[in-house]
Design a protein around this ligand. Structure first.
Ligand SMILES: Cc1cc2nc3c(=O)[nH]c(=O)nc-3n(C[C@H](O)[C@H](O)[C@H](O)COP(=O)(O)O)c2cc1C
Length: 195
């Protein structure tokens, strides 16, 4: 890609980061990420999402404990290999579903809304690119979506203000990164142009 364009450059440089330093992001940075999220497009302009940012370490660690316990009773509803691997990994010492990031942003949405996932995922994409542009690392975190029906996880999320009827779509781990992961090669044959 030879166009000289800051947004395209940001898209190419963003990587999923799984190693974070302990340094917390500033409140200005958090505001900018949440602002980027709410400026995403949404089906029918619903904007029915809720973005919950958790920065309190004790809350994050307790949520991690509940996720780890939740995985032990969770039965994957399909054969997606990542789910089975994650269930096993969640038993290991030091398991941390958000890669010990100092900030976790959870995207939830109203129930029975067919664009819930699409809207939240677009918003997360904005967060990831905004994070890259601010010199921060980020990673998509799926575990809370998988455990969205777990009673203990949901009770704790409810305490944090996430309505019990909301579906948990996705979440984003954010922080300063201690690594620069290599870019995974792009697969061939995934673009089709009709001119
Ligand atoms: C829908 C979706 C779910 C993902 N879930 C996780 C996850 O739970 N944990 C994780 O570490 N990475 C997760 N990822 C990150 C992918 O593994 C990552 O995007 C992929 O390996 C490509 O690397 P890149 O983002 O650096 O280009 C997810 C990405 C997407 C789009």
């Amino acid at each position: 890609m030879s166009l000289n364009n800051e947004v395209l450059d940001c898209i190419h440089k963003r990587r999923s980061t799984r190693r974070f330093t302990e340094r917390q992001i500033s409140s200005g940075q958090l505001d900018a990420l949440l602002d980027a999220a709410i400026w995403a497009p949404s089906g029918g302009n619903n904007q029915s999402w809720l973005f919950t940012a958790i920065q309190k370490k004790s809350v994050l660690l307790h949520l991690n404990q509940l996720v780890s316990e939740g995985f032990q009773r969770w039965v994957p509803d399909d054969d997606y290999p990542g789910k089975h691997a994650m269930k096993k990994r969640s038993k290991q010492d030091g398991y941390n579903f958000y890669h010990n990031a100092p900030t976790l942003i959870i995207a939830s949405n109203k129930p029975n809304y067919e664009n819930a996932m699409a809207d939240c995922t677009l918003a997360l994409g904005n967060i990831f690119l905004a994070a890259q542009s601010l010199g921060l690392g980020s990673c998509y975190i799926n575990q809370l979506h998988w455990l969205r029906a777990d009673p203990d996880v949901r009770a704790y999320l409810l305490e944090m203000g996430i309505p019990k009827e909301h579906t948990i779509c996705s979440s984003a781990a954010i922080g300063y990164t201690g690594e620069k992961p290599p870019a995974p090669a792009r697969k061939k044959g995934t673009i089709n142009i009709i001119r």
